[in-house]
Design a protein around this ligand. Structure first.
Ligand code: URA
Length: 272
């Protein structure tokens, strides 16, 4: 009797799990970025979609993450979460979509799922590492003020950044609006060279002192780095994010280019 009860219980659990993972065929295909819901419905009704080799014409047909699904013979694997590393160029905004402006998600032009968003924000003029994903839990962990994930930036600063400033940043700056910053690591790389002046292409800057720095912060308040430098009388001329926790910008990516994260990179983020 106990054995029978056990078998029934296991069967019920399996059924429950199947129901939990089951989804409509048209949603599966939409999640995988194969088209709009109406395009997908047309494909299904035209007999172009198979499940385990059998043509299915019902968009509401229930499938699971492990189902063998193909459109016109091309297999469509289900991935619950996707992760892209983008080298954000200046001039695009950190949003999923916008009616007027180009967004970081617009730059992902391979077959694209509709639930992508940037994990965090960079100012329009900031470049560098941007994680784009559909994993909300992971994004929350990276961004949550509780987790204090290190973010390192390279910056070109108008002004002479000194060792006193390094100590002030390490002690935790208090900004003019009263914001108390967490200790930040500031590393002076060099005074700016003639090459960099030329790259910035601004003659009015000739003879002004500029400093290249790396700065690591553990929080992400609005315009945080610009406000920190402003509080010591300096201006950020160029800002590029180099890393976020264990994730480092792939320097082979030109501004605007992206790639999928490797398994190791995803694992390192999931451990945060
Ligand atoms: N701090 C800033 O001021 N801007 C950014 O884009 C990121 C950090």
């Amino acid at each position: 009797m106990r054995v029978i009860m056990c078998v029934i219980l296991i069967a019920e659990i399996n059924l429950f799990q199947e129901r939990e993972t089951a989804m409509r065929l048209d949603k599966y295909l939409a999640d995988m970025g194969t088209g709009t819901r109406s395009e997908i419905k047309k494909q299904i009704k035209s007999g172009n979609v198979t499940v385990s080799g059998e043509v299915i014409r019902d968009p509401g047909y229930k499938v699971g993450a492990g189902s063998d699904i193909a459109i016109n013979g091309e297999s469509i694997m289900y991935e619950e979460y996707v992760y892209y590393m983008l080298n954000k160029p200046a001039g695009v905004i950190s949003a999923s979509e916008d009616p007027h402006e180009e967004t970081v998600v617009d730059l992902i032009d391979e077959r694209k799922r509709r639930d992508l968003f940037p994990a965090g924000r960079l100012d329009r003029d900031t470049e560098g590492l941007m994680l784009i994903t559909n994993n909300g839990d992971l994004a929350h962990r990276i961004l949550s003020p509780k987790h204090h994930v290190d973010k390192t930036y390279y910056a070109v600063i108008m002004g002479d950044v000194t060792e006193d400033d390094v100590r002030a940043f390490a002690g935790g700056l208090v900004l003019s609006d009263g914001l108390e910053c967490m200790p930040a690591d500031l590393e002076i790389l060099s005074r700016v060279t003639d090459d960099l002046y030329a790259a910035i292409e601004n003659e009015s800057l000739e003879n002004s002192v500029m400093t290249e720095v790396n700065i690591t912060i553990r929080e992400g308040k609005f315009h945080q780095i610009k406000r920190m430098f402003s509080s010591i009388g300096c201006e950020v001329m160029y800002l590029k994010r180099l890393s976020m926790g264990p994730l480092e910008l792939d320097e082979t990516l030109l501004p605007g280019e992206y790639r999928r994260l490797t398994e190791e990179e995803v694992d390192s983020l999931l451990k945060l």
